[in-house]
Design a protein around this ligand. Structure first.
Ligand code: ADP
Ligand code: MG
Length: 295
């Protein structure tokens, strides 16, 4: 394409809410045949809410809210926001945690009112050699079977509650997936969340169960992209989180949600300004048109 065509393409992109880092990006956009979609914040709104607390016998739900809310309070993770906001709404101010630390892709930990508190995936509990009581295991399985994200809260060496959290698929995501498929791209879902939640979101937007990669740790997301590339695929990755930055950089084309983190936007080649996944399909169409493969 001529420099003028590339400039026109880039300008048209801006009108569609697509910011393109440089003219060479259109070429990789035209070529992609696989699109890896991060779940939380990309396919879903990422605005989560706490639906229920299931305490173990002998545990008070208010203690769960206070201690878990305090540990989640400093974190920007969507799950942390849901838990801390619900706790603050119910209890007013929360205690300030000491030694707070996020454990990427697994949860968070901290000391609150002298208690060592953990909140996150079963895997985080296992890392600390904590066992999950049968009643909580069942509550966890039920919540996940219903397509929800469930996390565990523990303090002083005992797992004491399941917190049931829900996120919703963006209204525009099913149409976006349909349009990407119509352009000949294979959509793949990639998430750190559990398998049941991932499959339910995939089903809702029309992604095949075989194309779901769940329970992938942040540092391993990039390996999923590499694996698809080693199969000869030209891979676009769409993401919003700090967790997605390495995968966005590794992909043949990185698309960042404009509503996402700065790290993702910096790592991407393209920004979907409005955080609407349909713009990913617009970008592919635009690139093909600009470079003359379709009319
Ligand atoms: P995604 O890949 O869908 O954007 P993440 O990698 O950020 O998700 O998180 C993966 C999983 O780790 C979450 O579904 C949750 O179970 C757990 N997790 C991560 N951060 C937290 C937190 N701050 N509090 C509780 N659980 C968390
Ligand atoms: Mg995300």
């Amino acid at each position: 394409a001529t420099p003028t065509a590339l400039m026109v393409g880039t300008g048209r992109g801006a009108q569609l809410g697509i910011l393109i880092k440089g003219p060479e990006v259109l070429e990789s956009t035209r070529r992609v045949d696989t699109v890896v979609l991060d779940k939380t914040g990309t396919v879903t709104t990422g605005r989560m809410s706490l639906l229920a607390v299931h305490p173990a016998e002998g545990t008070d739900a208010t203690d769960v809210l206070r201690l878990a809310g305090a540990v989640e309070h400093p974190s920007e993770h969507p799950i942390a926001r849901a838990v801390a906001d619900a706790a603050r709404e119910k209890l007013g101010t929360l205690p300030v945690p000491e030694d707070f630390a996020a454990v990427p892709g697994l949860g968070a930990q901290g000391v609150v009112e002298g208690h060592a508190v953990l909140i996150g995936r079963p895997r985080l509990m296992a890392d600390w050699s904590l066992t999950v009581p049968g009643s909580l295991r069942r509550a966890l399985d039920r919540a996940e079977a219903a397509g929800r994200t469930a996390v565990l809260a523990a303090w002083d060496g005992e797992v004491r509650a399941v917190l049931e959290i829900a996120d919703t698929v963006k209204e525009t995501s099913p149409e976006a997936v349909r349009r990407l498929r119509a352009l000949g791209l294979r959509p793949v879902l990639l998430t750190g969340d559990n398998e049941a939640v991932a499959r339910s979101v995939a089903h809702e937007v029309g992604i095949a169960p075989d194309d779901v990669f769940a329970e992938v740790l942040p540092q391993d997301k990039v390996d999923v992209v590499k694996r698809l590339q080693s199969e000869g695929r030209s891979v676009a990755m769409v993401g919003d989180g700090v967790n997605d930055a390495a995968a966005l950089a590794q992909a043949d084309l990185g698309l960042a949600m404009g509503t996402g983190t700065d790290a993702a936007i910096e790592a991407g080649d393209l920004t979907l300004v409005r955080g609407d996944l349909r713009a990913a399909a617009d970008a592919v169409r635009l690139a093909r048109r600009t470079l003359g493969t379709i009319r």
